[in-house]
Every structure is written in C-alpha cells, then in structure tokens.
Design a protein around this ligand. Structure first.
Ligand code: SF4
Length: 940
C-alpha cells in the first residue's frame, strides 16, 4: 500500500518572539509566531512560571485583537456634541499641545482639578508616580470597583491576599475550597492547579450561587445565597471552635491571638492593644507569667492569661474571639436558612475541614529558624487551601466577609504552611509596611507622597482642614476610611455633582466608564453630557486613552490612541502586580513584537512625553529636555529609590549583572527578551514557608529589595486600626466622624470579623424584590475587549439571563422567552434561559457582553447590540435617600468597594421586544465598521 505523504505540521512561522499575554490580567507567557512580520499564531510559553505553556481561548485569540477593526487609528478631536461619536483625526503634535494647554494651568494653580483614573492597566506604579509628580490627589486605578475588599482585608489581616499576592500550595493541598470565584481571575493558574489536585485525588469544594466554571468541576458545590458567605464562614468558625479543631500552637506563635486588649469601656484606649514604651504589642510569657513584647527572643506567648494593669483588665484577643464566635447565633441551624445551605451540610463541611487539617498534616523535613530565634526541625502544615475573589467581595459586607475567610484560614494554621495558602513575593508585607495615603496639594509642585495606602487610624484620613474630602472620589474619608484602591466608580458622579468640589479635566485610561464599567450606565452618560446654565459641559474636559473604539470614546473631547499589547513595551513589575509564584519572585515585560500600522502610541510613552512638556519633576533634565525617550527608556533607567527599579532582573552590580538591587543596565530589556520576556528569582528552600516569621525568607527579601530590613509581624486576627475608627465613632479623639455615620462605623468597622446583611437588603423590600441578580465573567472573555474579538464572539455572543428551575416554572418560561427585570433603580428587558445548577433565588448573566450600537466597529445588528444587555442599568452608585435626606454610596463602608452583587430584583415574563431594553441611539463610529467577513491569510 502506498500512502500519500502528508505534512501534518507545516511551519506556521518564520520567527517566534516571546512576550506576555494581555488578553486578560493573568500575565501568561506567550510565543508569538510571525510570518512576513505579521502575527500568524500564538502559543503558550512552556518555560514561563505562570502558565508553563498553557494557553486559554482568550490568549490564542490575541491574533484577532491585534487585527481588530475597532482599533483606533490616530489621535481624535471631538467635533460633534459629546456622546455623538463625531470626531476628526488630528496629529500627535496637536493632540499633545491641546492636552498641555488644558493641564499646564491646572498644575500651576489647582492640580486637584485634574482627575486621572486608569482602568485595568498593569502600569499603576508608573501612572501613580506620574499623577504624584503632577500634584493631583485624584488618582486611582480600577481596584475600587473590582476587588479591593479582597486586597485590603488580606493585607490588613495577614499581609497578603489571594491571586497576585497568594496561591494555594498546589503540591500539598488535600482540600481546596473556592468562595465566589468566577472563571477569569487567575484563569490559567487555577485551571492548571485544579488539574493537579484532581490528578492527586485531592477534594475540591465550590461555594458559589452559580455552578459554572471551576464550581462545575468541583467534587461538591454549595449554592449559597449571595451576600451570606461571611455568615457561612463564621458558622464554620463556630463549629471548629466548638470542636477544639484550631491550631493553638500556630495561633500563639504567629498571630495576635495572645496580644492583650484593653477591656475597660470607660478608657479612651478601650479595645486597643497594651503596648510597651517602644509601641510593641504585649503578650504574657507562658514561662514567666510576665508581660513581654510579642517578638522577644525565646518567648512562648500565653493564649489564656489575662493581665490587670493600672486598674484595667486586659484580655488576649483569643478570649474575645472565642466569646464572639461560640455564640449560638453562629450555629449552623441559626444561619442555614439565610445562607440557603442546610445545617447538616455546614456541619459536614466543618468536619471535612477539621479532619483534613488535623488528621492528615503535611510534614516537610526542612529546618528553619523563626524570628524569635527558635530552630524548627520540620515545616508542618494543614493541607486545606482556600481561594476567593469578587463573588464574596463585591458586596457591602465584602471586606468583613474576606476578613472572616482569613480568620478561618488562620485558625486552622493554614496560611504560609505546607498545604495551605502561600504568599507570592514581594508579599508577605503587612499593612504597616505599606505607605499611608497622601493628599496635600501644592500648586506647581508634586503631591506630598503616594496617593494610595493603608490608614492606621482617623489621623491618616484624606480630609481637608474643614473636614471635607480631599479627593474627588472621597476615598479615605469617614464614608469609607480604608479605601486602599480609591473609588473610581464614584468619580464621574461626584465630579458631576461638584461634591466635594468641581474639577476641570477628567483623564481616563482603559476604562469603559460610559458603559460596562459604571453603575447606573444611562445616568453616567447623562452626567458626561450635561451642561450648565451657560451651556458648558458640567465636566468641562475629558481626555481618554484606549486602543479600541469603545463606548467611552464617544464621551471624550480628546482621544490619545493606544497600541495593542503586541505593539508596545510594558513592565509587569515587582513594584506593582508582578508574575511571582510562591517559590519565586518574578517580573516580566511586553515588547513590540510587531510594529503598529496606524498612527498610535503606547499610552505610557505618551504620558512621559506629556510629563516632559509639562516640566514634571523626574521627567525632565536640568535643561528642561525630556528625561526619558519613551516607556522602554523609563523601564530601564527609572529608579524608585537607589538600586530599585521597575525590573528586578539583570541589573548592574559591583561584579557584573545582579538581580534585585542594582544599578540600571542599558541592556536589561535585551536580557529579558533573550530569557523569554520574564525573570524569576527562586525562593531558597528553607525560606519557602512561614515567610512572615522565617529569618531566611526575611533576609532573602531584604537582599531582593522588598524590604530595607527584616519585617517579621503577627497575623492580625483583631485589626486594631478598625477599632481606632470605632473609638472615634464612640466619641474619643480629636478627629470625629459626622454624626450620621457614627452608628454605621461602630457596626461595620469591627476589629473582629462580623457579618451584617448587604445594605440593599435594608432598602429593597424583600417581598417586592425577592431575587438576587449577579454577573460573572466567563473563561473565554475579559471585559469588553473580548466581546468584540471575532473568535471569542463565537463562544459568547449572547448573554441570556439564567433563571433557576423553580423560578422558571413559576413564571411559565420557555426557551426563547423574554423577561422584564426590575430593581429599585431601573428596568431592563432581556432574553432568558433555564439553568438548574443555580441558587434558587438567584438569576445571573455574563458580564459586559452587551454592546452599544455603533461602538467597537460592530454592525448595528450585531447580536451583542440587539440581544446583549448589561445589568449595570439596574444598579445605582448611590443607595436610596435615607430619612435624613443623605445618600450613601452603594459600596462597602470600610473600603468603598462597589457593591455590584447586592442587587435585588423582581422578574416577569413579557412579550419579546424587537431588541433588549433599554436601547440607546447608535453612536457614530470614528473607525467605521468591520467587514462582514473577517478573513485574511498571514504572509500573503
Ligand atoms: S489566562 Fe489570560 S493571560 Fe493567560 S493565556 Fe489566557 S488570556 Fe492570556
């Protein structure tokens, strides 16, 4: 028999360039295959620490992103009314001269009149520095409307959080429990990790109202009622305490469980720690029965003993904790109905956690020395790992819910121990090692320090002398004192209201604020186009930068077109959100693997150019010339402090190349490119666990430049800064909250995790609005970028409202039906679909699929514009007026995180309309429309 010769692997490219994916925020390494200088194919980089060769649907569809018809082509100046989408192309010189003419007077007279906010970009240490040099206090990125509750709760409690700052110990975990995790954040790493767990026979439990994605492959699923995760977690804590299944040794050594707390309600220090003269929290030494600072060499802290001092009884945190959570209000029977989980199921989960943690510990034969000088022969851990994300955090009780989850992890001794959660360098890093927020404005000069940070008490709030907010988003005020990432979702609303003051220029980057990134989308469009009595726009000027013709473009006056991610330099920095794994500190670059074929420029290079034209310190030389040619030049040569730059790899040392600390190296980017676009420094074996207390890790971290000196610390089961705000609300101290916020601060800023009902439950009548409504992001989409991608649209081109079985039957729905969905704030009319694996009182849809007609170069009859929809229309950025006429933001009261998932609705079956409602008039497209059929052959 003769067989035809088939070439099953024809070469797809004539060159491969290695860079970092940006089709979502996970930062996988990719090999970009080029043919004739064009992108032919993208595959995963097998050597890369994040994805080890794995590539997802989004990553491979990057080829359609770099060729998308919606790409902006040149700078644009608005010529029609705002919101019309009518623009004319201008030169970069004109665009930059226009921006300078707007910004220069502001810098010289009132820098706060510039509000500069960025979306999901990965250059926040750079953009924040730029804003600081400009002098405005009004800078933040998108964390406030994403997951700041996770980040802030993690950092205040244990000096690190999930995802970028922490991960499960995939090699040793035996039980992995996910709370509220959708499918996009930490996408490839979690998929790979779950694969490894399944291969080892480890158990996976998903807690989520919706059983899709990771929850669909879990061994067990708890379809919890939205907003009640904190209650479920505290019930697990109750059960573990009742059974004595907590790691007492770990708690006494590494947490503030033994720290003594003032118990005198009349004392101005009530609820604060007893400290020595050096300010160190005090515990009682079990050996001597005497007071000792927590870090005294050889100390064995006592979890049980109280201490009477100056007529006041001080009790250890452990007493307060046990007292609170052993209360019957946290018993499984007491919380079952509210959580939608049977009491027996809660008990069974608690028993499974206890059994895995304490009957099957992981013991690694590795010696290590702790910060008190004690040598440990082994590293012993509790193999229960948790992961959580936006599902539990995007609620008005999200901060305390995330705190409750960390409390549970710590009680088990399952953080930074084998089998538990592990931090990724440069974490762990306690809240006290982070900067505090700065807001002091001086015309013509930089701000007095970094914008964002971790407050320790009322004295750190960003308030003006008259007590009003210093920032346009009212971050770090009594309304949300610990808003560590700012409140981007309040900027437009506050700027429109002139509350706390009026601004002149709103400068946004990569944030689709007139569509899927805002609550109250229709209202925001109106705010952006509103005029005053003189006919001038209420928000006078808007500058926007993006790579694509998103819905936000139509609402700007000046467009600075960005490149796509394959045409630019980027720096995924250890100063920011790096690519580290628990066993290694890593950073990465993007570099122009293809050249733009349009008149566009990388936004960060444009920002440096603008900075030089404005004469911003650090961006100009002594003679006034530009200090950096572009962002690549900045990445290589900028030093945040001597020896510390944006990239840690291949710096210059005394004896040649060095990593971590070192002088700039002109060939640094070449080294990264030669290494596949990334750098990794491995954590030494004896430093791999117990990092906050491990001398070997602390010394290694200092050598890498993460700290200037070892910074061992205790996990904060009891967060004292929260208590300082409560004390102020009780009337202590000179900086006092307004009266209308006192009760709320007392209730919600509890130093021990607490659960309270989501705020919308107290406003929306549960009889009238009995259903919870959520969104999730799918694995194959990343925000609005993905929903215009020609390949990805074929996976998720529509987003029906998924309805659980009982509701489906009660309303008599059939496939193809439509429903009217109504909240306190608005109404939408949308297609429905049946889904059985769903909490019985919850409906949901995919996020950001719906498009405005005219945007993204899509056809006006595209299914995303006809059938697609947003839940955003149902959610207001403010809660309804209270009795006193005041309105609170629809956000967590501690951090200000947008409470997207508090939404309650009612639904009814309605006749099918011509298209989903509300429908807005089409906007003119500054880039025209894409072809009906997108086909081409690379290299021809
Ligand atoms: S998970 Fe994200 S970063 Fe990784 S390949 Fe997919 S889209 Fe790219």
């Amino acid at each position: 028999m003769s067989q035809p010769h088939l070439d099953t692997s024809p070469p797809v490219s004539d060159e491969v360039r290695k860079t970092t994916c940006y089709m979502c925020a996970c930062r996988c390494g990719i090999n970009v295959h080029l043919k004739g200088g064009k992108v032919a194919y993208i595959e995963g980089n097998r050597d890369h620490p994040v994805n080890k060769g794995v590539l997802c649907a989004k990553g491979s569809a990057g080829i359609m992103q770099v060729n998308a018809p919606s790409r902006l082509r040149a700078p644009l100046k608005r010529v029609g009314p705002r919101g019309s989408g009518e623009f004319e192309e201008i030169t970069w010189d004109e665009a930059l001269a226009t921006a300078v003419s707007w910004l220069k007077p502001l810098r010289e007279t009132a820098p706060e009149k510039l509000a500069f906010f960025t979306g999901r970009d990965q250059s926040q240490s750079f953009t924040g520095w730029w804003a600081q040099q400009f002098g405005t206090p009004n800078f933040a990125a998108h964390g406030g409307f994403c997951s700041v509750n996770m980040a802030a709760a993690g950092i205040y409690t244990m000096g690190g959080a999930f995802w970028e700052f922490g991960q499960p110990d995939w090699d040793h975990t035996k039980l992995f429990i996910l709370f509220g995790v959708a499918e996009d954040h930490d996408s490839n790493p979690i998929k790979m990790g779950i694969g490894r767990l399944k291969a080892r026979g480890a158990r996976i439990v998903g807690v989520n109202p919706i059983r899709s994605g990771y929850n669909a492959v879990a061994d067990d699923w708890l379809g919890i009622t939205p907003g009640t995760d904190g209650l479920l977690i505290l019930s697990l804590v109750h059960e573990l305490l009742r059974a004595g299944k907590i790691d007492v040794d770990y708690l006494s050594r590494y947490t503030n469980a033994p720290v003594l707390v003032n118990g005198d309600p009349k004392s101005p220090d009530y609820g604060l720690f007893l400290r020595d003269d050096a300010g160190k929290p005090l515990v009682i030494d079990r050996a001597t029965g005497k007071l000792a600072p927590f870090d005294q060499p050889g100390l064995r802290p006592d979890l049980a003993a109280s201490h009477r001092h100056a007529g006041v009884t001080h009790r250890p945190v452990m007493h307060l904790l046990a007292e609170r959570y052993l209360d019957p209000q946290y018993a499984p029977e007491a919380v079952a109905d509210r959580c939608g989980i049977p009491a027996a199921k809660i008990r069974a989960l608690a028993a499974e956690i206890a059994h895995t943690a304490f009957d099957a510990p992981v013991v690694l034969e590795r010696e290590w020395t702790d910060f008190r000088g004690e040598l440990h022969k082994t590293m012993t851990g509790r193999p229960v790992a948790f992961h959580a994300m936006r599902g539990i955090s995007a609620h008005s009780n999200g901060f305390q819910t995330a705190r409750a989850l960390h409390l549970l992890q710590i009680l088990l001794g399952a953080v930074e121990t084998p089998g538990g959660m592990r931090f990724k360098p440069p974490y762990p890093k306690p809240a006290t090692a982070h900067p505090k927020p700065h807001c002091k404005v001086t015309p013509g000069a930089p701000l007095d320090g970094p914008h964002l940070g971790y407050v320790q008490g009322p004295e750190d709030l960003c308030l003006k002398d008259d007590g009003t907010a210093a920032r346009i988003d009212k971050a770090f005020t009594w309304e949300n004192p610990m808003s560590a990432h700012g409140l981007m979702h309040m900027v437009i609303s506050n700027a429109h209201a002139g509350d706390p003051y009026r601004i002149d220029t709103l400068f946004l980057y990569m944030a689709n604020m007139s569509w899927n990134s805002s609550m109250n989308t229709g209202g925001v469009m109106k705010m952006l186009t509103d005029t005053d009595a003189n006919g001038d726009y209420v928000i006078p000027r808007i500058i926007y930068s993006d790579a694509y013709s998103s819905e936000m473009v139509a609402y700007a006056d000046l467009i600075l077109p960005d490149t796509t991610y394959l045409e630019r330099h980027d720096c995924i920095s250890l100063l920011d959100r790096p690519i580290s794994e628990a066993d290694g500190a890593g950073d990465a670059i993007r570099w122009p693997v293809v050249q733009p074929d349009r008149d566009v420029r990388g936004f960060q290079s444009v920002l440096l150019d603008l900075g030089a034209r404005l004469g911003l310190p650090g961006m100009v030389n002594a003679d006034g010339s530009a200090r950096y040619a572009d962002y690549a030049d900045y990445i290589v040569n900028h030093e945040r402090k001597p020896g510390i730059g944006p990239l840690a790899g291949w710096r210059t040392g005394d004896k040649g190349l060095t990593h971590g600390r070192g002088l700039p190296n002109a060939a640094q980017l070449d080294e990264y490119i030669a290494n596949g676009g990334f750098f990794v420094a491995h954590v030494p074996d004896d430093a791999a666990y117990f990092k906050p207390w491990n001398r070997a890790y602390q010394d290694w971290a200092v050598s890498m430049g993460f700290y200037d000196k070892p910074e061992p610390y205790l996990f904060q089961l009891y967060v004292e800064p929260l208590r300082r705000f409560q004390l102020a609300a009780e009337g202590h101290g000179t900086r006092q909250p307004p009266d209308h916020l006192r009760e709320r601060i007392k209730t919600t800023l509890d130093p021990l995790p607490v659960w309270y009902a989501p705020f919308e439950d107290g406003h929306a009548d549960p009889e009238e609005f009995p259903i919870h409504a959520l969104t999730q992001r799918p694995m194959a989409m990343y925000h609005s970028w993905g929903t215009q991608n020609a390949w990805l649209r074929q996976i998720h081109g529509v987003n029906p409202l998924y309805v659980p079985t009982a509701l489906w039957r009660r309303h008599g729905f059939a496939e193809g039906d439509w429903a009217q969905v109504t909240s306190m704030h608005g109404t939408i009319t949308v297609p429905v679909a049946h889904m059985a694996a769903l909490n019985e009182n919850t409906v949901w849809t995919w996020n950001a699929i719906g498009k405005r007609k005219g945007a993204w170069a899509l056809d006006e009859q595209a299914q995303e514009a006809e059938m697609g929809f947003l839940l955003n229309h149902l959610i207001h950025e403010l809660l309804p007026p209270r009795g006193d006429g005041l309105r609170w933001s629809n956000a967590d009261p501690v951090t200000g995180q947008a409470a997207w998932f508090d939404l309650r609705v009612k639904i009814e079956k309605v006749p099918a309309p011509a298209q989903s409602q509300p429908a807005y008039p089409p906007i003119a497209s500054p880039v025209g429309k894409g072809p009906g059929k997108l086909t081409w052959k690379v290299g021809q």
